[in-house]
Design a protein around this ligand. Structure first.
Ligand code: DMJ
Length: 456
């Protein structure tokens, strides 16, 4: 089924928005997000590896030809360093490792080089936004005190390590190792990492901590950096397990109805709200269970299972059986969105991602059942003639479509669904880690500096 879904999403993108970043499935035209500046073709690059894994050979070939002929980084464009890294660099790297086609390696390295000026700050903590022609960077105007964002500068590590590996140029890895160094030198309030860090002063901005938006994939990349290094990156490992310890102490709570959730922390005060984005953490805890101190392994799996259950409840308690952007545990409600502007669902993957990890790591059939419920809901409410669309209010009787087919629907949501219903030997966890946009990157074995071997 996920294959047919992919075909529907792809065919419509091709028909109505080919070469543009995303598809507007209701108005049947292209959608351009300012996250990518004038870089084009986000859906194509994000979808490459999914097409490959699903063995959609014709489609993969046309996507590759587009990359060869049209993917152009010599544009005057201000882009989000994080978004371009996870979708474009990550997508190109995976396409290279899966297919062995040189063009993808070349484009990934070329783009990586364009991103380097973002690190020209007093601390080396990169800017959020970069003009890839002039090399001038700046931060989001809304970010606390001119800060860079933890989940943005903390989500470059996996891709940059691979860029150094594939180009032979150590500069990429040096840049991300320096981010680690800066973080390790800083005092952390209660052992937690605030979402905001000023790249000039090297000081934290507001003490807001989140495992959802603005924080999320920083934690994910600590764990995955260790896994991707064939478990040699002890620093990444320590930072991850220390952070999880602090998260458990200060952010993880149980509702009176028995649902475990991860709250947000604002200068010591808890906001009892969990974002859809935060739901990825179930999969992360379970994936990290193996490396936890031996008496904690079962506990981390259990934590993953509880987060999966809570997030499933957030879906189940809506009319459409699709989860809201954020849900709360206060004022008498549990796992329900209470604010109108938190009731939307934009085809996000995190809940299905967690089901996939939980399935692989426990083989409890309920995760496939829950995944199936999500498929049915997507087909019923998000599928339209012109592709798949997000929904404005998942508690409503009638769909009000937002008219965007997000590129991560093809790279993540559909890929994780496909993997959830595949055998474990398709992209096995011993050999592959997924970047935060679900692009698989191979584990790098230290002792065999032999590229060919690692690419298998
Ligand atoms: C994706 O771009 C990535 O998963 C990112 O880490 C968070 N936001 C979207 C999906 O929701």
């Amino acid at each position: 089924i996920s294959l047919q879904m992919m075909k529907h999403a792809w065919d419509n993108y091709k028909r109505y928005a080919w070469g543009l970043n995303e598809l507007k499935p209701i108005s049947k035209q292209g959608h351009s997000s300012n996250l990518f500046g004038n870089i084009q073709g986000a859906t194509i690059v994000d979808a490459l590896d999914t097409l490959y894994i699903m063995e959609m050979k014709e489609e993969f070939k046309e996507a590759k030809e587009w990359v060869e002929k049209n993917l152009d980084f010599n544009v005057n464009a201000e882009i989000s360093v994080f978004e371009v890294n996870i979708r474009f660099v990550g997508g190109l790297l995976s396409a290279y490792y899966l297919s062995g086609e040189e063009i993808f390696r070349k484009k990934a390295v070329e783009l990586g080089e364009k991103l380097l000026p973002a690190f020209n700050t007093p601390t080396g903590i990169p800017w959020a936004l970069l003009n890839i022609k002039s090399g001038i960077g700046r931060n989001w105007p809304w970010a606390s005190g001119g800060s860079s964002i933890l989940a943005e500068f903390g989500t470059l590590h996996l891709e940059f390590v691979h860029l150094s590996y594939l180009s032979g140029n150590p500069v990429f890895a040096e840049k991300v190792m320096n981010i680690r160094k800066v973080l390790n030198r800083l005092d952390k309030p209660e052992g937690l990492y605030p979402n905001y860090l000023n790249p000039s002063s090297g000081q934290w901005g507001q003490h807001h901590v989140s495992i959802g938006g603005l924080g999320d994939s920083f934690y994910e990349y600590l764990l995955k950096a260790w896994l991707m290094s064939d478990k040699t990156d002890e620093d990444g490992k320590k930072m991850y397990y220390d952070a999880v310890q602090a998260i458990e102490t200060h952010l993880i709570r149980k509702s009176s109805g028995g649902l475990t959730y991860i709250a947000e922390w604002k200068g010591g005060l808890l906001e009892h709200k969990m974002g859809h984005l935060t739901c990825f953490a179930g999969g992360m805890f379970a994936l990290g269970a193996d490396g936890a101190p031996s008496d904690k392994t079962g506990h981390h799996i259990e934590l993953g299972a509880e987060i999966a259950r809570t997030c499933h409840e957030s879906y189940d308690r809506t009319r459409m059986k699709l989860g809201p952007e954020a849900f709360r545990f206060d004022g008498g409600v549990e796992a329900i969105a209470t604010r109108q502007n938190e009731k939307y669902y934009i085809l996000r993957p995190e809940v299905i991602e967690t089901y996939m990890y939980m399935w692989r790591l426990t083989h409890d059939p309920k995760y496939r059942e829950w995944g199936w419920e999500a498929v049915e809901a997507l087909e019923k409410h998000c599928r339209v003639d012109g592709g798949y669309s997000g929904i404005r209010d998942v508690y409503n009787n009638h769909e009000s479509h937002d008219d965007v087919q997000q590129s991560f629907f093809l790279s993540e949501t559909l890929k994780y669904l496909y993997l959830l219903f595949s055998e474990d030997d398709l992209l096995p966890f011993e050999h592959w880690v997924f970047n935060t946009e679900a692009h698989p990157l191979p584990v790098l074995h230290k002792d065999d500096g032999n590229k060919e071997e690692n690419e298998k």
